[in-house]
Design a protein around this ligand. Structure first.
Ligand code: ADP
Ligand code: MG
Ligand code: MG
Length: 869
């Protein structure tokens, strides 16, 4: 078996074997870009490393040596040589990029003698010892787990002692001393001297990279991103080039386009006389890439040309790491650049316009869930103008966020568990903070640039982030933010604007964004390709209007219970429920009728000619009843009955298992007047709307919780009778449909019978999942997590539709339903209707539409288009 590939042997197609970084280093090498030579040890080797009890085996070591020799020959230097040593970087490289999860070791191969050789051969003693002290620190930290702070504090002490602020101001002598101090730390921590044998160094480093695949941070990251745990990581061993050789050297990172808004202009940062992660670590403030043009025009032009070449080759925006050694350019990494949703859409549209990709490809490039970012509120202009500004930082990731300040990831997670919204405030984030970043509304840091950890990770998550606020001091220990004028303590509210970098005191009102331009163009392509229609779940005119603005083509679920909970109506609703006679109940319903009619009228008006499905009352009745004595007393008085009688009546309504109790169409079987009132309200409102000029109004009346065709038949006959009364009274008619939710397993398997009575089916997959699995929606959260953790379920079936079981029930219902009634309309109105994988399944089932909450409408539209491709 071959476990090691030199860069010239690989290609970008070999990601699963070489990891993302290795595959792209190979690709860049092969298209003629300047990449320092090296080789990649495969992910397969990583898996075998674990099989071998975390040891490197002899054949692997032999293969590594052959490739080592190959690099030595190409470069004309020897690894471990005392006069002119060849040095390597050892870099991890997983299949999917895992930013910051596994660390890189630079300058490997240095020891007490080689460092002298390096000083002589380069004529640059300062550089040689700078490289050595970096190597000792990285090797100790990454390979041996010695805390970084032990070295960093020595470096700080040295700078203080020398009375300088930047590490570039330390002299060769200072660095020599540091090296001695660093080695002492190593000896203390490891009880062994710092390893001097370069081969030994290399082996330890490779083992450390393999082992880091299973460090807790990496495991958390994989879990959060659905990355399988058995992929393993590759190791890249690459000859070093040096950005820390002086003022004609430097290192940087750049995106071929702006990752915040997609603008087609090189975007990046670099530092002169620096190495490795100096740029992203926020040690010195980096320069923007434009500045490179002034300082080293030749290197800049070469770089700009290389970025163009890469973008055309990969046909996507790239994120590129580079180093300049004595004015000579080297490329060290390229990958598809992480970007905000806004940038993603703009870049995709631009790439189509530039002729680089097809529309279909553009549609597949956007993760539907990413659109979330585009649809979320921004701060209200007026509220913003009167808000108190604290500080301005870098606009690292767009969005608007308000919350209480917390300084530690754990505190953010605890706050979230208490139901609070919070802002994570740190000097700079690190991979340990990821879970806190997920739980926070937004992230604020005092250090680091646009490519710092906080910025990169936040953009990837679509989370608002303001980074590099150097005008504040973040005291994580005493939990306080200090500005020149102000202190903000843990628990105080602040607001972040990730698009401007502004940070404000307190909470600020938000408004919903308007979408236009390239987004519209993109969504047009989406709409031309998809077959599924997309409706919305909306109970109020406001939600309905929002959904229409997002492209909803109708309402798939208008729940009526919320309308009953309104403060002004609840007394009448309660009287309706506790009535002892039909007359009493009708009297209460007569009070409710005009209110309901108005509800429906307003919703129809917003929706104009679009279809609207109204679901008749569903929840258990006792949910509406008063529970405390005072309220019961008051209700009794208003009804002219005694307290004890009412109390008894209420108790008689309570149920052991309300979700499986007296709800849905079962209510209508006992109290048909309720649905009759609702049907009347719907039809009267429709007639009014028709008179207003919407000729095609066709309300869809949906009966919930049907399990047997006879239930539907009975309820329908009651409703139709009432509707005919309305037609007679008003001397006008409107078209209407009567259909049912399919949410009980029995309904699925008897769907042929039910379809004879129904003009449409709408899958209520929340209840169908609950009843299909037999676990309660409200209680299963507690154990479902464990199901996912133990690999019993891949995802909670309440999140992603379970195709094998619940999906099969749906398939049976679709087939039987169509067989009995080939004109039947089919839709879904459960939460799943806005979840991309579930939307794809609905497409495959041949449903007519999905229906989801307003903010998920664009997501469902895109998912529906992707289902076609
Ligand atoms: P990460 O995956 O965290 O970005 P990398 O393996 O890309 O880690 O390494 C981090 C940084 O180290 C790179 O951005 C680059 O600046 C530097 N680096 C890696 N290999 C070399 C090399 N052979 N020569 C010079 N610098 C290197
Ligand atoms: Mg890193
Ligand atoms: Mg990198």
């Amino acid at each position: 078996d071959k476990y090691v590939y030199s860069f010239s042997e690989g290609s970008k197609e070999m990601k699963s074997l070489l990891g993302g970084k290795g595959a792209n280093l190979a690709e860049m090498t092969n298209i003629g870009l300047p990449v320092p030579p090296g080789f990649t040890i495969t992910t397969k080797a990583c898996n075998r490393f674990y099989e071998e009890g975390q040891e490197l085996w002899q054949e692997l070591l032999d293969e590594i040596h052959i490739h080592l020799n190959g690099v030595e020959e190409r470069i004309g230097k020897v690894f471990g040589d005392e006069k002119n040593p060849l040095l390597f970087s050892v870099r991890s490289g997983a299949v999917f990029s895992m930013p910051g999860m596994m660390d890189t070791i630079l300058n490997l191969g240095l020891n007490d003698r080689a460092v002298k050789g390096l000083a002589v051969s380069t004529g640059n003693e300062r550089f040689a010892y700078d490289s050595y002290r970096r190597f000792i620190q990285m090797f100790s930290d990454v390979a041996m787990g010695i805390p970084k702070v032990r070295f960093e504090s020595l470096l700080e002490d040295m700078k203080e002692e020398r009375n300088v602020t930047l590490d570039t101001e330390l002299t060769a002598e200072d660095l020599k001393k540091l090296v001695e101090q660093y080695k002492k730390v190593y000896l203390e921590e490891q009880r062994k001297p710092f390893p001097q044998d370069p081969i030994k160094q290399l082996e330890l480093a490779i083992k450390a990279v393999f082992a880091s695949w299973n460090n807790p941070r990496a495991i958390v990251y994989r879990k959060l991103n659905d990355i399988p745990h058995d992929l393993g990581t590759a190791v890249n061993v690459q000859s070093m080039v040096f950005g820390n050789m002086g003022e004609t050297s430097g290192t940087g990172v750049a995106f071929t386009r702006n990752p915040a808004d997609g603008e087609n202009k090189l975007f990046g940062e670099f530092l002169m006389n620096a190495q490795g992660e100096d740029v992203v670590a926020g040690i010195r403030t980096p320069n923007t890439i434009d500045k490179l043009k002034e300082i080293m025009p030749e290197a800049y032009n070469q770089f700009a040309e290389a970025t163009q070449k890469l973008e055309h080759h990969y046909k996507d925006m790239q994120d590129i790491e580079f180093t300049i050694e004595n004015k000579k350019l080297y490329l060290l990494q390229t990958r598809a650049g992480k970007r905000t949703a806004q940038a993603a859409v703009n870049v995709a549209v631009d790439l189509v316009d530039e002729g680089l990709i097809e529309k279909e490809e553009a549609l597949l490039r956007i993760d539907p869930n990413q659109l979330n970012q585009l649809l979320h509120p921004t701060f209200d202009e007026k509220a913003l103008n009167s808000a108190e500004l604290i500080v301005k930082g870098l606009p690292a990731s767009p969005g608007a966020a308000s919350g209480k300040v917390y300084f530690h990831a754990d505190d953010v997670m605890e706050a979230k568990a208490r139901g609070e919204r919070s802002i994570l405030v740190r000097q700079e984030t690190s991979p340990e903070d990821i879970e806190g970043m997920v739980a926070a509304e937004g992230i604020l840091t005092s250090r680091g640039g646009m490519t710092s950890h906080a910025a990169v990770v936040a953009r990837g998550m679509g989370k608002c982030c303001v980074a590099g606020c150097s005008d504040i001091r973040v005291d994580e220990v005493n939990k306080v933010i200090k500005t020149r004028y102000k202190e903000i303590h843990e628990g105080d509210y602040i607001s972040l604007d990730g698009s401007t970098g502004m940070v404000y005191v307190g909470e600020i009102k938000k408004v919903r964004p308007e979408l236009s331009g390239k987004f519209d163009k993109f969504m047009n392509w989406v709409d031309n390709i998809r077959r599924l229609k997309v409706r919305t779940n909306a109970d109020t005119p406001r939600d309905a209007a929002q959904a229409v603005a997002f492209g909803a083509e109708g309402i798939g679920l208008c729940r009526t219970e919320h309308m009953f909970f309104d403060d002004a109506r609840i007394p009448a609703v309660r009287r309706m429920i506790v009535s002892n006679t039909v007359e009493q109940r009708k009297k209460a319903l007569d009070e409710l009728l005009p209110m309901q009619r108005k509800d429906f009228y307003e919703i129809f008006k917003v929706m104009e000619d679009r279809p609207v499905t109204v679901r008749l009352l569903d929840p258990p009745l006792h949910e509406f009843l008063p529970s405390n004595d005072e309220d019961i007393m008051e209700l009794a008085k208003s009804m002219g009955i005694v307290y004890s009688e009412l109390k008894e009546r209420i108790e008689s309504l309570s149920e052991f298992n309300p979700m499986l109790g007296h709800r849905g169409c079962r209510l209508a079987v006992t109290y048909p007047e309720i649905y009759r009132m609702q049907a009347r309200a719907i039809i009267e409102a429709a007639i009014d709307i028709k008179i207003d000029g919407y000729e095609n109004i066709t309300p869809e009346i949906m009966i919930p919780l049907v399990g047997d065709s006879n239930e539907l038949k009975y309820v329908k006959s009651e409703i139709v009778e009432e509707i005919n009364l309305v037609f007679e009274e008003r001397k006008t008619k409107v078209n209407y449909l009567i259909g049912t939710m399919i949410e009980i397993p029995r309904a699925c398997v008897t769907a042929d019978e039910i379809a004879k009575e129904a003009e449409f089916f709408s899958f209520g997959t929340n209840d169908l999942t609950q009843m299909g699995f037999g676990f309660s929606r409200d209680d299963s959260g507690k154990f479902l997590n464990e199901y996912v953790e133990k690999g019993i379920f891949e995802k909670s079936p309440f999140e992603v539709l379970d195709r094998d079981g619940i999906g099969k029930l749906m398939k049976i219902a679709v087939d039987l339903g169509l067989k009995a009634n080939n004109k039947i309309h089919l839709g879904i109105c459960g939460e799943h209707g806005g979840e991309p994988s579930s939307v794809e399944f609905c497409h495959q089932l041949g449903l007519d539409y999905v229906s989801c909450s307003p903010f998920r409408v664009p997501i469902a539209r895109l998912a529906a288009a992707q289902a076609v491709l």
